[in-house]
Design a protein. Structure first.
Ligand code: MN
Length: 718
């Protein structure tokens, strides 16, 4: 049995210890022991034992300072696919988190192997992101690809060509979108080397030959700048010549149709400073030292790139040589993001201080990556994963080549509902790979599915019968139920009214008590009470008991002084609602009676600021969506009416979709109207919602803005 030299894994473990000294290395050793055993006897095309591959993948991720869990998953990433090892076993030995990381990587591997021909790059990218509910899975996959690119030479030429092309089409754009520059440039250079070996060699030779001369030149420039910055009292963390990668030189030559010399003449340095203010000051100094080249200044600090990248860019002309110098100025923190992108989020060092802005940016980025209206939004995707808790998924294609993920066992009906609620409702038949099939046929990965719809009508009751197997996903099931519930609403309400009237008469009461009874059952609206009674959720006996109990309470009621609420700060209402998690901002520390403004944080409730606090003024300007009315406690109702206005390019089903969203959140809509302007076809849907929490409102606004054709959603403040 050939073993990998133990020094390799030791090197990786040492690396992890260097940034995670208090973490448990036993985890890594246990993972290593398992894979060493299971991959024993397997060889790579390079002739090395297979285990060298997984150790190298772990090493790449250790270079990104990933958490030990991710490193362990990297060691284990091929063990299920390539050996006789199950996810259950991994779960038992290493815990659920690691097992599910491995599972995610295995899924991506399978898809790359199977689906690549049936689809094209854009779909693959979508598929990767759709699946990456845990972005660490994609990070492992990128590291896996990087090591495979490093050992690409061992494969036959056609295979090299195919893999290199795939790398440029799928993996480098992915690394770019996630902002992981460290992996991106390495993948690009490796791919170029395989695809255009002559050009690669030529550029690489030139670089080597002229390195010394270049370095001397840049050192000079750096010294000049460093002296000047220090004279001005700016603390310099680092100034470095910025290496140019072969692929980027190649691309520039191609794009601008210029020679190597012309690209090479451009020198580049990077300046790392302590604060953002220092960056702007340094920019002024650079422009004072040398002449700025017009049109070359970019402020990615004020306006970050889509992948979170922040930096100041400028170019100046160096007087003696006349050649341009590109200057990037950034803080250390910005540099982290520039190098590691989204991976910075999982870096061990940052683990304990995950700041909210980064969280926010990541959420936003993911939304960007995943927002394709024909596919579910990210949150819904996560929900369906959680709800269905399925070990296996299938990936099928729409006629437009979009990849749709469904739980194993899903049917054309599930597929229809996943595409659009209306497609589900009106689904009457389905073609799989061009052939008509029964609607309860199970779909398989890479099936191409087309739904045949009726012009109108709704789902069949049979779809709700689990024995018939028409519906596998909870999403589809709830849509079908919802449809029937809505159909029967009028009927249920009429029935509920009859029952309630009868009970009220029995107690000597009349319809004037409707509101009170509704409140007793926690319904804001009488209609909902009637609905609940009509559908059998509330029975006649419960009505009588509840009313009588309430009357008794009234009689016995004596004045009890109200105990102060236990939560800090006491007595805050948010939009008239109490019991919302609130905390007081440390910056301005408002006290009861102060004019206050609330800021909705991600997952930590609402932060209260004084209305004149400079921080909140800043946030109001930056993120008005998250600002919310708060007040110190007054008597308030549990439900707060909020008027919401939705602006959209009119389309059939718009109002219905709006009410769908509201219904899904279990919110009452007490009034709604819709108007369409003939002039510009813009529909305005106005609805009054009975909201009981800020989170609920935020949720609804968010969901509404994701509906097709909707371009604005806002809360109307009276
Ligand atoms: Mn692998």
């Amino acid at each position: 049995m050939i073993k990998a030299p133990p020094s390799e894994i030791e090197r990786v473990v040492d690396k992890v210890i260097s940034y995670a000294p208090d973490a448990d290395m036993d985890l890594l050793w246990r993972a290593y022991d398992l894979v060493e055993h299971r991959h024993a006897g397997q060889m790579r095309a390079t002739g090395e034992p297979y285990i060298t591959h997984v150790v190298s993948v772990a090493d790449i991720l250790a270079d990104l300072c990933m958490e030990p869990e991710t490193i362990a998953a990297a060691l284990l990433h091929d063990v299920v696919e390539d050996t006789d090892t199950s996810f259950e076993e991994l779960g038992q030995q290493f815990g659920q988190e690691i097992a599910s990381l491995v599972e995610g990587v295995t899924k991506l591997t399978k898809i790359t192997r199977k689906g690549i021909k049936a689809s094209h790059a854009e779909n693959m990218r979508k598929l990767f992101l759709a699946m990456a509910e845990n972005i660490r899975v994609v990070l492992i996959k990128l590291a896996d690809r990087l090591h495979n690119m490093r050992t690409l030479w061992a494969l036959p030429p056609e295979k090299q060509h195919r893999i290199a092309t795939e790398t440029l089409e799928i993996f480098t754009p992915l690394a770019n979108r996630l902002g992981i520059w460290q992996i991106k440039w390495q993948l690009e250079d490796r791919a170029l080397r395989a695809l255009e070996p002559d050009i690669y060699e030529e550029i690489s030779d030139q670089l080597t030959r002229r390195r010394r001369e270049r370095e001397a030149f840049v050192t000079n420039v750096i010294q000049t700048l460093r002296n000047r910055l220090e004279d001005e009292g700016i603390e310099v963390i680092d100034i470095k010549g910025r290496p140019k990668h072969i692929y980027s030189i190649y691309k520039k030559m191609r794009r601008k149709g210029v020679t190597f010399d012309e690209v090479y003449d451009v020198h580049a340095i990077r300046v790392l400073l302590r604060t953002m203010r220092d960056c702007y000051t340094a920019l002024g100094i650079v422009h004072d030292l040398w002449n700025p080249i017009p049109g070359e200044f970019d402020d990615y600090v004020a306006t970050p790139k889509e992948n979170l990248y922040q930096s100041l860019h400028t170019a100046v002309r160096l007087p003696k040589v006349g050649s341009p110098l590109e200057v990037q100025i950034r803080t250390e923190e910005m540099h982290q993001v520039a190098e590691y992108g989204i991976a910075a989020h999982w870096r061990y060092k940052e683990r304990r201080s995950r700041d909210e802005t980064l969280e926010k940016k990541i959420a936003w980025l993911r939304q960007q990556l995943e927002s394709h209206q024909e596919v579910d939004d990210a949150e819904e995707f996560l929900e369906s994963v959680k709800e269905d808790v399925l070990p296996e998924q299938v990936y099928v294609f729409t006629p437009e080549n979009d990849v749709i993920e469904l739980p194993a066992g899903a049917t054309p009906v599930d597929f229809g509902y996943r595409i659009h609620t209306e497609v589900g409702h009106r689904c009457r038949g389905a073609k799989v790979n061009g052939r008509m099939v029964a609607l309860n046929t199970e779909l398989n990965t890479t099936d191409r599915v087309e739904i045949v719809t009726a012009k109108e009508g709704g789902p069949s009751r049979d779809w709700l019968n689990p024995a018939l197997g028409y519906v596998r996903t909870s999403r589809a099931r709830s849509k079908v139920r919802q449809w029937f519930r809505r159909q029967e609403r009028a009927e249920n309400i009429a029935q509920g009214r009859e029952v309630l009237d009868k009970e009220l008469r029995r107690l000597g009461l009349n319809r004037e008590s409707y509101d009170r009874v509704a409140a007793l059952f926690g319904h804001g609206k009488v209609e909902d009470l009637l609905m609940a009674i009509g559908s059998g959720d509330i029975n006649a006996q419960q009505i009588t008991t509840r009313i009588l109990e309430a009357e008794q309470d009234e009689e016995e009621k004596i004045e009890v002084p109200q105990a102060p609420p236990l939560t800090e700060p006491a007595g805050v209402t948010v939009m008239g609602v109490e019991d919302i998690l609130t905390k007081v901002a440390k910056c301005c520390n408002p006290l009861p009676g102060d004019q206050v403004i609330g800021y909705i944080t991600r997952g930590h409730g609402v932060t209260l600021h004084k209305d004149n606090c400079t921080n909140i003024r800043h946030l109001v300007a930056e993120d008005p969506e998250r600002i919310i009315d708060v007040d110190w406690h007054e008597d308030s109702e549990r439900v707060y009416a909020v008027m919401v206005r939705v602006l959209a390019y009119d389309r059939p089903g718009l109002v219905r979709d709006v009410s769908d969203v509201v219904l899904q959140q279990n919110v009452n809509m007490s009034a709604a109207s819709a108007e369409t302007s003939k002039k510009n076809n813009v529909a305005v849907v106005t609805a009054t919602l009975e909201i009981n929490s800020v989170r609920q409102l935020a949720n609804i606004l968010n969901k509404l803005s994701q509906l097709p054709n909707v371009f604005e959603v806002r809360r109307e403040v009276a």
